[in-house]
Design a binder for this molecule. Sequence first.
Ligand code: TXA
Ligand code: MG
Length: 335
Amino acid sequence: MKTEVLTIDPHSPQPDRIARAAEVLRAGGLVAFPTETVYGLGANALSEEAVRRIFEAKGRPANNPLIVHVADLSVAQSITAEWPPAADALARAFWPGPLALILPRRPCIPDVVTGGGSTVAVRVPAHRVALDLLRAANMPIAAPSANRSNHLSPTRAEHVLRGLEGRIDLILDGGPTTGGLESTVVDVSVQPPQLLRPGLLPPGILETYLGPVVRAQRTRRQGELLPAPGMLQRHYAPRTPLECNDDDGWERVRTLTAQGLKVGWMTLAGKSVEETSGVDVRCMPTRAEDYGSQLFAVLHELDQAHLDRIVVELPPATEEWLAVRDRLLRAATTD
Ligand code: TXA
Ligand code: MG
């Protein structure tokens, strides 16, 4: 299959290009498109056959369910069987936006979307291209991140192409995504609600709407029964082995380079950094939000740089860094 790439204006999407993508979706095809978080790989969520193609293209295990993207709250209600107060409060506060809500599903959503489970993840994305596409196609769109399973999420069309060229029909290239980290995933089908994946929503903000939120533990291993399949340890990893350090990691970098290894070092900006041959240094932003928006792009770049190792200085273990640390620790996991 040849993958077509159409550039599109992220602020004022050309209607003919949106129409072309909607036509591909209606025909059961796969379209990658930008959202405010990362690029998604979309298919008609109501078509079992179309959704099956997503799993094939990504090499994704069938037990890992997909987020269904919808144009607005009323479409979300039409595919969910219950709409508890917590869902209503969060949807009204944060949609369109980087929040996926887990709710009991209606039978119109095929098993393949939910991994056979009784709940479905829904979200209204805050990106003009995604919203115009949802309206033009006039269907809910199932869309995981547009990467091969277990690899890094894509924040640019070129990342999508690198992983999925020849495996999907079309990419709408709307330039780099602004958010850079995936959405926050909250299970509101249980009481109290459970944070399954920290993400782009400002940390701590859920509590102001919900009161206490239970945080799922990041300790499950592949193969175990998964209440939240997104809790798989290794989920966002570069191919180059990556290790996290609680200190700045410089000693570790020196040790590795002394062994003749080529090393990438992701350190927090603001200190003076010695030039050392064999070290590819990336000074990362000291604001969590800026760090998050660049994280995957930097990891993609380092992963292309033929390095033996990536050494990361972990940002502090505070609330504001929760999502960034989550992605870094997963990227470092080898099981
Ligand atoms: O920002 C995002 O959420 C991006 C863009 C494209 O919207 N999408 C994304 O999808 O990150 P994906 O498939 O890479 O991650 C969805 C996460 C997975 O960890 C999945 O296991 C979890 O949501 N998930 C989906 N449906 C679920 C369900 N019914 N119950 C529990 N977890 C679910
Ligand atoms: Mg993903």
